[in-house]
Ligand binder design. Structure first.
Ligand code: 13P
Ligand code: SF4
Length: 383
């Protein structure tokens, strides 16, 4: 039996919708034996349906391990999109939140995209209704519309570009160098960080992530003092006071890579704590500390786990695979419009990787990249 959990308080700002309708379901907890039964059952069902699992780092550890053990993947949102599109399987089981399943469907309309629970959403998606965002865009027709992947298919369909946190800086720098003014949505912290790093002319939708928005700057400063050797890893959906103290800022994959490859032994982690499973697996001798989510003396604090990611239970995975429903659907006109803006990002990311390893000076690197695309006969649909 599942209980309903009130997951988010209303958020007041110029453009954000109220989030009082936000809610999530808490799956019943399972004994070790029950978990193992479900895991075995899901393995069989994946085989029967010739399906592959595509999971995000924030879903529960058993699902991450199962995805890896069955030939699927665990990754950040950009890696999930790329993997799902490239994989031959005709059925994908996407363990994550709604926008990840929709993105998979948009990129592979011919595939069946199953999600353990289609009610698993995201406060950024909820806080950016397509009608309101369309009005925001209409008020600024001279701007290039860049939206974060954590949005509905309808919002993506309004955009020129979709970005994820792993490629947002590069794409906005690229657009800025072409003299484009940006309309950005929905995450205000990520938008502010990119604006500050690139100097681009950006106006920002005022959304936020209910998990990352909780990290606290002054308490992080105290924690750093207690652990002077620790490196601070921060997802850029966090507030500016937290980002300002980071040693590494980036997507979940970038933070994981930093935890594994950097020589430090202690890391303070400011992102959803689901990431600790893979960090601890890949760097078992290192020590990871959760960044603070409450002020001194606070009587309650955020757990730093996304309530919607938590809806991806083993039970729900088994159920959706067994049910054999048609999966995620996106209306064709929306799908086609959204596909173009997502494909721009994927084409950019592929060309950028082909261009070569990034240098420290992003601005100069992107200038050279631009020159390279233009003068090396590389077809770039996004130019
Ligand atoms: P990543 O792109 O880093 O996976 O982030 C997605 C997300 O939802 C973060 O909260
Ligand atoms: Fe959305 Fe935040 Fe959950 Fe990521 S962690 S899915 S941004 S609510």
């Amino acid at each position: 039996m599942q209980q309903h959990l009130q997951a988010a308080q209303s958020e007041q700002s110029a453009h954000a919708c109220v989030l009082h309708q936000a809610w999530a379901k808490v799956p019943a907890s399972l004994s070790r034996a029950e978990q193992q039964t479900h895991v075995a059952h899901i393995r069989d069902l994946l085989q029967q349906r010739q399906a592959v699992m595509v999971a995000h780092y924030y879903v529960e550890p058993e699902l991450q391990d199962l995805a890896l053990a069955t030939g699927g993947m665990v990754g950040d949102s950009l890696e999930m999109a790329k993997f799902g599109q490239a994989h031959a399987a005709q059925t994908l089981l996407v363990a994550g939140v709604k926008f990840m399943g929709e993105t998979a469907k948009i990129l592979s309309p011919e595939k069946t995209i199953l999600m353990p629970d289609t009610d698993a959403t995201c406060s950024l998606d909820l806080g950016c209704p397509a009608d309101d965002f369309a009005q925001f865009c209409a008020e600024h027709p001279d701007r290039t519309v860049v939206v974060y992947a954590n949005t509905s298919a309808e919002v993506k369909a309004l955009a020129d570009w979709v970005v994820t946190s792993s490629i947002a800086l590069e794409i906005v720098t690229f657009l800025h160098q072409q003299g484009k003014k940006i309309l950005w949505g929905p995450d205000r912290h990520l938008g502010q960080y990119i604006q500050q790093q690139t100097g681009a002319n950006m106006i920002l939708w005022q959304g936020s992530c209910i998990v990352h928005n909780e990290f606290k700057g002054s308490e992080l400063a105290s924690l750093k003092q207690q652990h002077p050797d620790a490196l601070v890893l921060v997802h850029p959906e966090s507030p500016a006071a937290v980002v300002a103290q980071a040693d590494v800022i980036g997507s979940t994959s970038k933070l994981l890579q930093a935890a594994v490859t950097l020589p430090a032994q202690i890391f303070i982690v400011a992102t959803d704590l689901g990431i600790l499973h893979e960090m601890q697996k890949q760097a078992p001798h290192k020590h990871f500390i959760a960044a603070p989510t409450a002020g001194n003396g606070a009587t309650c604090k955020s757990c730093a786990f996304c309530p919607w990611m938590a809806m991806n239970s083993l039970q729900a995975c088994a159920h959706v695979l067994q049910q054999g429903d048609a999966g995620i659907t996106v209306p064709t006109p929306t799908l086609q419009a959204a596909r173009k803006s997502i494909q721009n990002m994927l084409d950019f990311a592929a060309a950028y990787r082909e261009f070569g390893p990034a240098s420290d000076d992003l601005h100069t690197h992107i200038q050279h990249f631009h020159h390279w695309i233009r003068h090396h006969e590389r077809t770039a649909t996004f130019l």
